[in-house]
Design a protein around this ligand. Structure first.
Ligand SMILES: *[C@@H]1O[C@H](CO)[C@@H](O)[C@H](O)[C@H]1NC(C)=O
Ligand SMILES: *[C@@H]1O[C@H](CO)[C@@H](O)[C@H](O)[C@H]1NC(C)=O
Ligand SMILES: *[C@@H]1O[C@H](CO)[C@@H](O)[C@H](O)[C@H]1NC(C)=O
Ligand SMILES: *[C@@H]1O[C@H](CO)[C@@H](O)[C@H](O)[C@H]1NC(C)=O
Ligand SMILES: *[C@@H]1O[C@H](CO)[C@@H](O)[C@H](O)[C@H]1NC(C)=O
Ligand SMILES: *[C@@H]1O[C@H](CO)[C@@H](O)[C@H](O)[C@H]1NC(C)=O
Ligand SMILES: *[C@@H]1O[C@H](CO)[C@@H](O)[C@H](O)[C@H]1NC(C)=O
Ligand SMILES: *[C@@H]1O[C@H](CO)[C@@H](O)[C@H](O)[C@H]1NC(C)=O
Ligand SMILES: *[C@@H]1O[C@H](CO)[C@@H](O)[C@H](O)[C@H]1NC(C)=O
Length: 863
């Protein structure tokens, strides 16, 4: 296609030029421009097969794409021939004879020498010899190029001195000698080039001091002298009033850094010199985009002087002689992409403000004296993180830990960090975590860990398989029973993927009892952290899509702290989204840290926290979606399965499912109809609480143990949810007790009149709540507002006082839920009632610990 197009242009041009230039294409007339050009290409390019394929060497020269002729087609005025594989020395009597040549670009070839007649090209305005292998010293004749505006000799091997005759290049604007081997001083003659706008002499061996009057380039915008051996002072650049780019990195400049900065400067690289002076005296311009002062001898404290540089993208202050200072006021540098404060004498904690740097790609805080824990970082763009050689302690935030394998580079070595993750290779562990200790502060179930390590993939597949089976069955059920409600839900969800979201806030949502507002300005800027999928980079706007803008169709329940929604993120992530409305006295940082902590807590009987989002005032906790209902609705809301006369005691629920009519048990209604299953739920819930109380450090008190906090997952394994949320919700105690769930509030929190009293919350308050659940499981009664037959205290009747009265009279067997009576050993049920009795003791000290409860419930199986 390209060739065809090009070919047709050649043909058209050829036809056009033939009439003008006659038929001399076979052998151009000697000593015409055409002759010189042909000779040039024959000598330099004939060996390049690609060249002769593209250029028909026997066609008129002026028709070649690389050649530009004047309007008479007599003289060549431009030869733009980069990257054509031209190689070797340019012979005399070729391009050196093109007297009218104004533009010559033969960059990116393999030219090694220039002919002696080259320097007579005094019409040249642009000369580009960049990126060849020209090995020579520049003759004084360079001064012949009096019309030259752009001179690019970069990436060659020019050596020796830069002739003083450059003073004749009075029209020169762009002067590039980057990457050659010039080893003289910069000649005084350069002052003659008074129109210069861009100078790049970097990576040569220029030495000595800059000539007097160097500051007279009033039009100079860009100056790069990096990588030479130049001496001088900051004040040499003071008068360059148009300068926006200054790069004098890797030279021998001295003096005060304060003198250099003026209002226009955008990019300043002074790295690796001997600048000194107090940085706090520098008035950095708000235009500044790039600042590298690394490896100098600058002193003072830098944060105050950076207060105006809101546009700064790149900041490197590494290796200077700064004061001891704290890492503060960093949030005003919100455009930063690269921050290198290695070796800058930082002390104290890494301020949480650092998480407001949402564009950060590189963060190097190595070799300082930083203490405390690693704060949360904005991870969206982070690729390179070095925190080595500090005194940091504690764990690495889980969201960061999960992102690491996808980062280009990270280094946590030589701190006092603890690590609990086995996903790194031993090599990574050895190089990036030198000196970190490996310890898991939370006693995780070792069997679970083993399974995770060995058959992770298998589990995932199995999970996916089970989900699909359940899904197919649900669809089938819907079809069979025509349950419209669910299909509508599904439809809502489908739409939400396609919808283009409005992404500017604040956003207001209403549920049945609450209105809540997510006061975020731009939804795409508020991240949603999903611990296990650090690469997904979800934002609040994805959360809006996932929940159809928190539509009523996705509303699951009115939770204790706010509404709960069901959400689908792309990639099959099915979640329950809990909004903690008008949360807390905690700062965003504290809340995020707490949620990160909760994200680490894993137990087969806990609903895992999948991620979170801080949306203005609201903290949004995101959980794995639990396929089956919560215990409260299973026990009390839905009809409790069909009564059966069969003996269920020897069968598990699964086997019964297939024994029965095959469909009934897939729905959750039939689940709780055996003692064996209810016992399993009680034991799982007890295990979860025992884990929170005894397996976590510090212990976690749930504070809201109730039947509706216990869910059944896809495996019908009971899972306790909402652990740790009270802390994030951060109400004061009284408020919290007042909001505690009726029927589950332990007596120590109730005054005689039934109002709440102040008292310290201990794990024993959770034990009471668990006791109530256990009584519900055995009796099938609600904690309050149910019928409690033969109750003597009729008015304030509740489950606990009713059961306790009867257990004391040894009449426990009368109150066993008729639905499970006969599905297991009655002795076990009566014993379980006694465990419930112990748990609901009035005095907290009389209640067993959850560890003991687990033991008691396990012992029942032996009865
Ligand atoms: C091209 O090839 C010829 C012979 O193969 C050789 O003599 C000549 O030096 C080559 N020219 C260049 C520019 O490499
Ligand atoms: C090259 O140009 C000549 C004269 O214009 C023409 O006769 C010849 O066919 C062309 N060759 C190719 C390969 O295009
Ligand atoms: C010279 O050519 C190189 C490579 O083709 C190009 O990158 C550079 O911008 C050119 N120099 C000037 C001054 O145009
Ligand atoms: C300064 O010049 C050196 C050498 O050319 C280069 O490596 C460095 O990236 C430049 N700095 C900036 C800010 O452009
Ligand atoms: C810094 O520069 C700005 C703009 O030139 C000026 O308004 C301000 O007064 C200067 N501040 C100091 C402390 O010199
Ligand atoms: C930090 O910023 C605040 C407000 O921007 C300012 O009042 C305070 O002086 C700054 N502190 C330092 C040490 O620069
Ligand atoms: C930070 O700057 C120091 C000193 O120039 C350098 O050695 C180090 O590689 C830089 N860090 C990063 C991440 O670029
Ligand atoms: C590391 O931290 C722990 C507690 O976080 C402390 O007990 C220990 O002394 C620290 N070790 C060093 C070498 O600082
Ligand atoms: C981390 O830093 C230490 C100390 O400088 C070094 O030995 C180690 O190789 C670095 N590891 C990585 C992955 O950069």
């Amino acid at each position: 296609m390209g060739f065809a197009f090009f070919g047709s242009i050649v043909v058209v041009l050829t036809l056009f030029f033939r009439s003008n230039l006659g038929q001399q294409q076979e052998h151009p007339i000697p000593n015409t421009d055409e002759f010189f050009i042909s000779k040039f290409f024959q000598q330099m390019g004939s060996n390049s097969s690609s060249f002769s394929q593209i250029y028909n060497l026997s066609a008129p020269v002026c028709s070649w794409q690389v050649v530009f002729c004047d309007s008479n087609h007599e003289n060549v005025i431009g030869l733009i021939a980069p990257s054509l594989g031209l190689s070797g020395s340019i012979p005399d009597n070729t391009i050196g004879k093109l007297t009218k040549l104004q533009s010559l670009d033969i960059s990116n070839n393999q030219i090694i020498d220039l002919p002696s007649d080259f320097w007579s090209l005094n019409s040249l305005k642009t000369l580009n010899l960049s990126n060849n292998r020209i090995f020579m010293s520049l003759p004084t004749n360079i001064g012949n190029f009096v019309s030259l505006e752009k001179l690019d000799l970069s990436f060659n091997r020019f050596f020796g001195s830069l002739p003083d005759s450059v003073s004749s290049l009075t029209s020169l604007q762009v002067f590039n000698l980057n990457q050659n081997r010039f080893d003289s001083s910069v000649p005084l003659g350069i002052i003659g080039c008074h129109l210069l706008t861009s100078v790049d002499f970097s990576l040569n061996r220029f030495n000595g001091v800059l000539p007097d009057g160097f500051g007279s380039f009033s039009k100079l915008k860009s100056l790069n002298l990096a990588g030479n051996e130049l001496k001088g002072k900051g004040s040499d650049f003071l008068k360059l009033g148009s300068l926006t780019y200054l790069n004098i990195s890797k030279n021998l400049f001295r003096g005060s850094v304060v003198e250099i900065f003026h209002e226009l400067l955008e990019v300043v690289d002074l790295s690796s010199n001997h600048f000194e002076g107090h940085i706090s005296q520098v008035n950095f311009s708000s235009q500044l985009l790039y600042l590298d002062l690394s490896e100098n001898e600058i002193s003072g404290g830098f944060f105050t002087s950076l207060s105006r540089t809101h546009n700064l993208k790149h900041l490197n202050l590494a290796k200077n002689r700064f004061l001891e200072q704290r890492l503060i006021n960093i949030s005003s540098l919100h455009s930063l992409e690269h921050l290198n404060l290695s070796n800058t004498n930082l002390i104290g904690r890494i301020s949480d403000e650092i998480s407001s740097l949402t564009h950060l790609k590189t963060l190097d805080l190595s070799s300082n004296h930083l203490t405390g824990e690693i704060p949360l970082l904005s991870l969206k763009t982070l690729q390179n993180l070095d925190l080595s050689f500090n005194n940091l302690v504690g764990e690495i935030p889980i969201s960061l830990l999960k992102k690491l394998p996808w980062m280009e580079r990270f280094n946590f070595s030589y701190n006092n960090l603890t690590l609990c993750d086995s996903e790194f290779t031993p090599e990574t562990f050895k190089s990036a975590f030198i000196g970190s200790s490996y310890s898991c502060p939370i006693a995780a179930n070792p069997n679970l860990l083993k399974r995770k390590a060995h058959s992770h993939r298998g589990l995932e597949l199995a999970f996916a398989f089970v989900i699909s089976i359940i899904f197919v069955l649900i669809v089938l059920l819907c079809y069979v029973f025509g349950c419209r409600k669910k299909t509508q839900l599904w439809a809502v969800k489908q739409d939400s993927y396609k919808e283009e979201q409005v992404i500017s806030g604040p956003f207001s949502f209403q549920t049945d009892s609450t209105t809540w507002v997510a006061d975020v300005k731009v939804a795409t800027l508020v991240p949603v952290v999903i611990f296990e999928k650090p690469l997904l980079n979800f934002t609040f706007s994805d959360l809006l899509s996932a929940t159809s803008n928190f539509d009523r169709g996705t509303f699951l329940a009115e939770g204790r702290f706010g509404p709960v929604y069901r959400g689908f993120f792309p990639g099959g992530i099915h979640v329950a989204v809990k909004v903690l409305v008008h949360g807390s006295t905690m700062t965003d940082q504290e809340a995020a840290r707490e949620l990160e902590h909760l994200g680490r807590i894993k137990h087969p009987n806990l609903v895992p926290l999948t991620g979170y989002c801080l949306a203005g005032e609201q903290r949004i906790a995101i959980y794995d979606y639990m396929e089956n209902e919560n215990l409260h609705s299973l026990l009390h809301d839905l009809p409790l399965g069909v009564q059966t006369t069969e003996d269920w005691s020897s069968d598990t629920w699964e086997v019964n499912g297939s024994n029965n009519n095959g469909i009934q048990n897939v729905g959750s209604e039939g689940l709780l109809t055996t003692w064996r299953f209810r016992h399993k739920v009680a034991l799982g819930t007890a295990r979860a609480l025992a884990f929170l109380h005894h397996g976590c450090s510090p212990p976690i008190i749930h504070r809201d143990v109730k039947a509706s906090s216990v869910y059944l997952d896809y495996n019908l394994e009971p899972r306790l949810s909402d652990f740790g949320l009270s802390k994030i919700f951060g109400n004061d105690l009284e408020d919290e007790i007042a909001r505690g769930s009726q029927g589950y509030i332990p007596p120590e929190f109730l005054n005689q009149d039934g109002s709440s009293s102040s008292c310290v919350i201990t794990p024993k308050s959770d034990v009471f709540g668990f006791g109530v659940i256990l009584l519900e499981l055995i009796t099938g009664k609600k904690p309050v507002e149910d019928e409690y037959p033969d109750d003597n205290f009729s008015k304030d009747a509740n489950l606990v006082s009713w059961v306790r009265g009867l257990v004391r009279k040894n009449c426990g067997s009368q109150i066993i839920d008729p639905k499970i009576r006969g599905t297991g050993a009655e002795g076990q049920m009566v014993e379980a009632l006694k465990v419930g009795y112990l748990c609901t003791a009035d005095l907290p000290a009389k209640r067993p610990s959850m560890q003991q409860v687990v033991g008691l419930l396990k012992d029942l199986e032996q009865l």
